[in-house]
Write a protein that binds this ligand. Structure first.
Ligand code: CP
Ligand code: NVA
Length: 309
């Protein structure tokens, strides 16, 4: 069966219906995996993973996921391939996509992944860019659903930098109809255009992080300095000092609120050890779910909608 070529470059590339399918499919794939039942739809298929930035979770979850689905994964980075030596991204896309069935890219500007996708014969997945991290929020929302049910109408508090992960939460709120309360230090506010938002109906900005957390169903944060912004680290550490998720913030959130962090985390900076290692934290389930949601995503991009067997 052939399906129309689709890419997953940002969260809004998929509709709500498609997310409902992906979440149902993730549950099925995860349950099968937990029962040690083999499921090998990707037999003879190859995933190429291109990393221009460091990674633990993304590499591991895509590589292990592809193997578990019966396929192979090839890791490329810019240090020891021609990608770091000025070959046009369009040429690389032509060649790589003639030898593989799926491509995952972690890079700097979103524009790079868009140019790659425009020249690719196979689906391209965003494994993090400066602007977005859609696979992370796919896992986060699946994790919320597992713990608390539907996210529709719920409130997510984002405390910290308005970075790639924050932008993706904001897009997800528009697609899946929930609200995001964002609190950033002055000068680091959300830029709706860069976040790729249709409007401002699904988010509110708060000067005080405590106000953003009031009544929230999910409190989340991320590093103060993302990859690629290391030169700003010292300045950011000063600016973000009061944007550390602590017990006081969790206490004003809803009593059943969960805490998430995409990881890697810096205890004592964006979150206290008490919170990330505390009873409301679901960070390990969140990390594990990268594996399961991405298996459903890869299956969907290669085969389209499949019914549970
Ligand atoms: N959360 C996440 O994407 O982690 P890595 O940078 O380790 O891939
Ligand atoms: N915002 C972080 C996420 C890392 C998974 C970064 O881009 O470095």
């Amino acid at each position: 069966m052939t399906t129309a070529l689709r890419h997953y470059l940002q969260f809004k590339d998929f509709t709500r219906d498609e997310y409902e399918h992906l979440f149902a499919r993730t549950r099925w794939i995860k349950n099968k995996f937990k029962r040690y039942e083999p499921y090998h739809p990707m037999f003879d298929r190859t995933l190429v993973m291109i990393f221009e930035k460091a990674s633990t979770r993304t590499r591991l979850s895509f590589e292990a996921g592809m193997h578990q689905l019966g396929g192979s994964a090839i890791y490329l980075n810019t240090r020891d391939s021609q990608l770091g030596r000025g070959e046009p991204v369009e040429d690389a896309a032509q060649v790589i996509s003639r030898m593989s069935d799926l491509v995952m890219i972690r890079t700097f500007e979103q524009e790079v992944i868009e140019r790659f996708a425009a020249n690719s014969r196979v689906p391209v997945i965003n494994g993090l860019t400066n602007e977005y991290h859609p696979c992370q929020i796919l896992a986060d929302i699946y994790t919320f659903i597992e713990h608390r049910g539907s996210i529709q109408g719920k409130t997510v508090a984002w405390v910290g930098d308005s970075n790639n992960v924050c932008n993706t939460w904001l897009q997800a709120a528009e697609v899946l109809d929930f609200n995001v309360h964002v609190s950033t230090p002055p000068g680091y506010e959300v830029e709706p255009e860069r976040a790729g938002l249709y409007g401002t109906d699904h988010f509110e900005q708060y000067a005080d992080p405590l106000d953003a957390c009031k009544g929230a169903d999910l409190v989340t944060t991320d590093v103060w300095t993302s990859m690629g912004f290391e030169a700003e680290n010292e300045e950011r550490c000063k600016a973000f000092a009061d944007w550390c998720v602590d017990a006081e913030m969790m206490a004003v959130a809803a009593p059943e609120a969960v805490f998430m962090h995409c990881l890697p985390a810096h205890r004592g900076e964006e979150v206290t050890a008490e919170v990330i290692d505390g009873p409301q934290s679901v960070v390990w389930d969140e990390a594990e779910n990268r594996l399961h949601v991405q298996k459903a995503l890869m299956e969907y991009l290669v085969f389209g909608k499949r019914d549970h067997e």
